[in-house]
Design a protein. Structure first.
Length: 133
């Protein structure tokens, strides 16, 4: 992912716009560009909206690891716009919310992740983190 903020804004903005307009081709092209910049494998078979949403959450996690928090949040939100049941996106937004001190938002996303089928161990680990903060 380039160090140029305009490129980051453009790519993540294109993802948001593509989701809103149901432009899958542009969405996948923007995801591929970000994945290439992050050194992620771009050879994926995506057959369903849930798989595309899951990839958005995965790329968002990669952006978070690079310290690109606003862009990670955009990808998590895009994932949830595609499929509200992607628990990985809720867990990513939980992690971001905790880091930003947004406790109520963190609780909301943890509850949503649990309702969406997140493994209990993942939920319990984050609940313990929340209780210790």
């Amino acid at each position: 992912f380039t160090k140029n903020q305009a490129d980051r804004d453009a790519a993540t903005g294109l993802i948001q716009t593509s989701v809103a307009t149901d432009d899958v081709e542009s969405l996948l092209a923007a995801l591929e560009a970000i994945m290439t910049g992050l050194g992620m494998d771009t050879d994926r078979e995506l057959a369903t909206p849930a798989e595309i949403a899951g990839l958005c959450a995965e790329v968002g996690r990669g952006l978070q690891a690079e310290g690109q928090i606003p862009y990670a949040a955009r990808l998590a939100e895009a994932a949830l716009a595609i499929d509200p049941g992607v628990f990985d996106a809720h867990l990513l937004l939980f992690d971001i919310s905790v880091a930003q001190g947004k406790r109520n938002n963190a609780i909301f996303h943890l509850e949503q992740a649990a309702r969406s089928g997140a493994p209990p161990a993942m939920v319990e680990k984050r609940l313990a983190l929340l209780e210790s903060s």
